[in-house]
Write a protein that binds this ligand. Sequence first.
Ligand SMILES: [Zn+2]
Length: 440
Amino acid sequence: MPARAQDTTLRGMPVIRDAEIEQLMRDYAQPILRAAGLAQQNVRVVVLSDRSFNAFVMDGRHIFINAGALFDAKTPNEIIGVFAHETGHLAGGHLQRLREQLASAQTASIVALLAGIGAAVAGARSGAAGDIGAAAIMAPQQAIMRSLLSYVRTQEDQADHAGVKFLNATGQSPRGMVELFKRLSNEVLFNSRYIDPYMQTHPMPADRVAALETLAKASPYWDHRDSPELQLRHDMMRAKLSGFMERADTVARRYPQSDHSMPARYARAISTYRNAGLQQAIVQIDGLIQTQPHNPYFYELKGQALLEGGHAAEAVAPLRQAAQLSHSTPLIEIMLAQALNSSNNPKLAEEAVSLLRNAVVREPDTPDAYSQLAMAYSRKGDLANADLASAQAAFARGDLKTARQLAARAKTRLPIGSPAWVRADDIVNVKPPNIKAGAQ
Ligand SMILES: [Zn+2]
């Protein structure tokens, strides 16, 4: 996983946390969300550690996208197009309305049907895929299925329309969205055995793609291209995902030594640190830093390689640089605090505490931040606050039982009524329905 800080999950889904990728996702999504009038709703893009192509919304607060989709998209515009479509679902309140439809269908197992919808729609175009669709559908349920299917189709058309509108409003081309959807629908035609999750949740028959294309080509921005700067950031992200997620020989094939571009050097440096020697990796990372001395993520990578290689004290300087250049990005500050904690220097524990107290305000659901905070407090000999931070770590992981036990112990050590005591008391008294909200 790119983000070493987090081996984390959201509702059981494996999440990739990485400062560089998350910043890029924000820069892709924010203009679209603003155009949709959703700027105030704090919608976050969450990157899932999954190689297949998928993007979806499940609530009003997150847009989920698989690392596989980021990796497959050749241009920023394709991903921005996906976000525009998903934002169309959010802005249209589709989730809520689909839930109402499902409730009125009064069939507990109806949700299972949804998985078959994409295959069934695709099957209308291709005999082989049709078999898959047919197999997924039980005959008695076909009537409900048909009505839900047409309902989902309507939502997809609406999301396409809204997506193009948001892209136009932000002066961006809808071309990436059209090309991506075309590519996905062709994949189903030519390879009926493999149906991407995105196809299942976003049925994409030919007439839908054709309607989208007509609408999109009328856009005055059809020929607009991503800026070279944004394209480079996109290519760097794909290189990072390759370096972290792919085997060394695959990375070497994709980014051969003869390729001297920044993305190729980035992918190779990451792959070297993961698969070969630390020394060799540091040489490559220093080369990157020399070429772009103001890129915070190169210093972050250097710090990460040193920290994981057992050189915590040496990791502090590059991580400080990364934190400063990235304007105190919480994920980087959490890693810096980890390096400070691991340096076996009690004087540094104070600095770790202040970094982490800031980080948890902006990243309140990150268990690692609380675990590091607990360690920093215990280095300082502050056992009461160490207990409270451990309780918060357990709470963020969703382990309510441990969280309550630790919070109860923290309470016995904290001044009654102090802010820390109140936080501990909140955890002791939390009721299960609140946990979900708190742990998201
Ligand atoms: Zn959709």
